[in-house]
Design a protein around this ligand. Sequence first.
Ligand code: ADP
Ligand code: MG
Length: 695
Amino acid sequence: MTTKQAPSTLQKMGLDSPMALALHLPSRYEDETELLTIEEAIHQGRFNSAQTQGVVIRNQVLFRPRRQMIVTIEDETETLNLRFLNFYPSQQKQMAVGVNIRVRGEVREGFQGPEMVHPTVRAVAPDAPLPASLTPVYPASVGVSQTIIRKAVTQALRDSSLQDSLAEFLPKKLMAELLPSNDWPSLQAAITYLHQPPADANTQALLERTHPAWRRVQFEELLAQQISLKRAHAIRQERHAPSFAKNKEERKDKRGQQSFEEGLLKVLPFKLTNAQDRVWSEISNDLSKSFPMNRLLQGDVGSGKTVVAALAAARVMDHGYQAAIMAPTEILAEQHYLKMKEWFEPLGVKIAWLSGSLRAKEKRLAQEMIENGQAQLIIGTHALIQENVSFARLGLAVIDEQHRFGVRQRLEIQQRVGSELFYCHQLMMSATPIPRTLAMTYYADLDVSVIDELPPGRKTIATKVVKASRRDEVIGGLQSWVSKGLQAYWVCPLIEESEVLQLQTAVESFEQLTLALPDFKVGLVHGRLKAEEKAAVMAAFKANEIDLLVATTVIEVGVDVPNAALMVIEHAERFGYAQIHQLRGRVGRGSADSVCILMYAEPLSMAAKERLQTLRETSDGFVIAERDLSLRGPGELLGAKQSGDAMLRFVDLQRDAWLIELAQQAAERLLAEHADLVERHLERWLGSRAEFLKA
Ligand code: ADP
Ligand code: MG
């Protein structure tokens, strides 16, 4: 019997308690509550699933045009054929002549009259009772049948402990004030309803999850989330962090010279944009507080986030504290390192570089400098928190492209940054715009600053979509491009299954392009190169010693070479929205008109076609992110996919945006007026998932 295995498979799905089962809500329903006569079923028309029953009067296996079984059933009104293209001997037996069967499916017109193709079939007594409620269909994983889940859920709903877990404790008064016309059922009633909706339930509303029973569940889930985020916020404000107010006069006296902040503004070859000015004053204000900053700096690719981070670092260093900048990839971290050296070394700042690929001795040296406080500014990869690094006086941690770190890593960062000695200020940066609803739910404890303006003089990027069969033409175009003294990128396809294969195609393209452009210097950079080798290639490209850079996606983020204004992306159909948007942001940074060529191989899927078209039509990061969001769901967009836990199971942030505000108000009131209920509510909804909310 399969029931023996059932507990473990259910447990693997996380369905290990009555509460977990109760919250495992159906994804749709089947209506088995109505039984039609065969005549009625036939006249109900196509595309309408119907349930009917009859006695089998014929059971034939045909071999032409292909092997199939035709079963004919009959009741007092009509006969109906059932057609099975695949069938087992057991089914032949189940539907033997004389047996009464109940079938569900769509009736359509076949060659020999009305028929159902592959209906669901059950042998039952003619007077077998009909279920009183709709039949739930649950999200299931391989190896768990609906029957097993249904049984387990039904049992769980009867479990006495559930009464307790689902007990109503949101104060009636509060609910009535928030929801003047509240037609929502109690939580327990809502859950029962969703598992066993009555035959006359509004199935449309159930499916679309707009039914009051769904609303009730969604509201509770959002409420838990809002509470935990608000609590995180309150906890943060009680923590202590050193305050770094703008205090030029004092610094001047002490060092007898200008502050790093002033110095930096003087070395910069440009003036801050208005948007940069604005976000910098928001950050500056946070830094002057004596509790830790937790701010996300958002700005499209190329909007100039780095300099804002540098200003924050300068402020912190002016107060004698250390600042650290961390990036998810070595290339990106290295770009920051070079930039900071350029800006800060003339001002006499000591900078340390720390990445996983340093030799042991260099690493130890860097660690020493960080530990004894000699290093004022520390740049690196995840190694900054992984290795045994202890900071002498860390005042600010800047985390670039934070969503590209895994959830685990982000938790580690939180733990490191927010534990030792004191809590330092934290600035996260991201080029992936986060829609407002997301920011409100996932990031309620995060303040957000947005750079919504690109530095002046940026050229728009003309994006072209070109078939791979026109590769030679594209190479011809490249030739005339580099002849003008301009540089270009050639990005090789992402091959997820195999890094080796990815490398191979990059090497092939490199060789082909080297042959095709004999008068020019072609470079190659990929993930397998050692850090120094990568750095050398990037430096040569930056110095315009390389005309064409063939690269894998290692150049995705942050690379900054203004003279490179042409980018060719091979197999663009294999990249996602965000990746192409990021890649494309590498060009359009200088004074030349920029071009991005998306080369694709046929056949194109519908999704890929739409993606390439959107990317050709717009370069607005927000538009692209919205498309991406509707396609992939928020978890993946934020990099939470790795956690394997969708944080909101029942809420769709686009559909249910209005509920978020309601939940926010309820959370505030509950925290202020009913602090005793808060714990219970959180435990009910979040359990172990609570910690992921902080990452
Ligand atoms: P991102 O926001 O993508 O990290 P960067 O900080 O790398 O962007 O900046 C992109 C480019 O724009 C860099 O070359 C940078 O020096 C330049 N830049 C930044 N701010 C300005 C500005 N206000 N005026 C002109 N150029 C700027
Ligand atoms: Mg950047």
